[in-house]
Design a protein around this ligand. Structure first.
Ligand code: C5P
Length: 409
């Protein structure tokens, strides 16, 4: 998995620098090309001669080569790499990386790197526990960097403090797993596809403090968004008011309140969408004339709220879709489930409908599990047992992919 890949190995001035020699050797043995970039204090711990002998390339430390004046391009290096690994990463280098202090070649290269960056912290226990270090590591995580630390169970069994650099063979394992997963994403039929998902309830205002809504928590739609993003899709999640967030930072969330706003947000992106999955529990009716002021309890007859029908977002998109686009709907039924779901599939011009039965205690609003039957017009329906919503999301997307593939052949 690592054969032929290009790695930048960044070495900083920590006592664990001796372990990077083993890491370098393992990477080279796995067939990778490695360019070592070392900080000035890294050279105090390990000699560049050893590193260049093992990597077969001169080690880069300075912006310029001393004798020839040749400039080392951190930009080219950043583009060349499939990954950058900073191991060991001292508290100082982590702080510089977190704050963009590009006063050496390693941090400068880091800032230019387009590839994923893996960071293996190594420092003493107190430095690692300092809120400054913890905050800087969290910042690196928020930039999408992958922090490699020994598993806590292993730490306990070795009675070794937090801050010890992960063992080189485990770092190699993390890299292998990363590139295996990346390959699966690259080969996924949803990779690069644009997926629109609606989720959560809608709130229809009665007055500034009251609304008509429902108990949807958005869990199913958010699980679908995360799963589609994990498969490389570009996901837009149009979400009604919920208290959860997607796990994957790549998911683009558009927050809306009412059904009309949800329709508008969907219409804005639908034309460039490949697959739309309508998972929201859209309120069917909205107050015809929401009040500007709070409806008072005093001196009032019991109010009557006149309702108007909300737009059907799934049906609107279903009838607007062009060839090659796919619209998937959900149906929550209490009786004549399959017949009702089928009727909806046809009426809304959908390509697939996911039926959740209200009869099942492990299905529906607020639960972490769901029990679904997936119906497509051109093939038999498939019923699944109760599963966590993340797995149901995977089943739904597997069906979307197989429908895409059936249509291509
Ligand atoms: O007609 P019913 O509400 O049972 O249909 C459910 C499906 O239609 C779901 O996919 C839901 O997200 C979608 N829907 C919608 N807009 C509505 C009502 C339902 O998109 N106004």
């Amino acid at each position: 998995m690592l054969k032929g890949r290009h790695f930048i190995l960044g070495i900083t001035g920590g006592i664990a620098a001796y372990k990077s020699v083993t890491l370098l050797r393992l990477l080279v043995k796995a067939g990778a090309e490695v360019q070592v970039v070392i900080t000035p204090s890294g050279k105090e711990f390990i000699t560049p001669v050893t590193l260049s002998a093992l990597s077969g390339k001169p080690v880069i430390c300075d912006f310029f080569t001393a004798n020839t004046g040749e400039w080392h391009s951190h930009v080219d290096l950043g583009l060349w790499a499939d990954a950058m690994i900073v191991a060991p990463a001292t508290a100082c280098t982590i702080a510089k990386m977190a704050n963009g202090v590009a006063d050496n070649m390693l941090v400068t290269t880091y800032l230019s790197a387009k590839a994923p960056v893996f960071v293996a912290p190594a420092m003493d226990l107190d430095m690692m526990a300092h809120p400054s270090t913890t905050a800087n590591i969290e910042r690196l995580r928020s930039y999408g960097n992958i922090i490699i630390e020994p598993a806590s169970g292993e730490l306990a069994s070795h009675l070794i403090g937090k801050g010890r650099m992960e063992e080189p063979d485990n770092i190699v394992k993390v890299l292998e797993e990363y590139f295996t997963a990346k390959k699966a994403v690259d080969n996924s039929p949803l990779n690069g596809k644009r997926v629109l998902i609606t989720a959560g309830p809608t709130y229809e205002r009665i007055d500034p403090v009251r609304f008509i809504g429902n108990f949807s928590t958005g869990k199913m739609g958010y699980a679908l968004a995360d799963e589609a993003a994990a498969r490389g899709a570009e996901v837009t999640l149009v979400s009604g008011p919920v208290s959860i967030e997607p796990k994957r930072p790549e998911v683009k969330v558009v927050k809306v309140e009412s059904a009309r706003q949800m329709l508008e947000a969907c219409e804005e992106v639908f034309d460039s969408t490949d697959v739309a999955i309508m998972c929201a529990a859209v309120a069917d009716y909205a107050p015809a004339a929401p009040k500007e002021q709070k409806i008072k309890r005093e001196h009032q007859e019991v109010p009557v709220i006149e309702l108007v029908k909300n737009p059907d977002i799934a049906a609107t998109l279903g009838h607007r879709k062009r060839e090659g686009q796919m619209v998937v709907g959900f149906a929550l039924e209490t009786d004549n489930e399959v017949a009702n779901a089928n009727e909806k599939l046809i009426r809304k011009n959908l390509d697939m409908i996911v039926l959740n039965s209200m009869r099942d205690p492990g299905a529906g609003f607020g639960t972490d599990t769901n029990t679904v039957t997936i119906i497509t017009p051109d093939c038999d329906s498939v019923s699944y047992p109760s599963k966590p919503k993340s797995e149901v999301a995977a089943d739904i997307l597997d069906n979307v992919v197989s429908l895409m593939e059936r249509r291509l052949t």
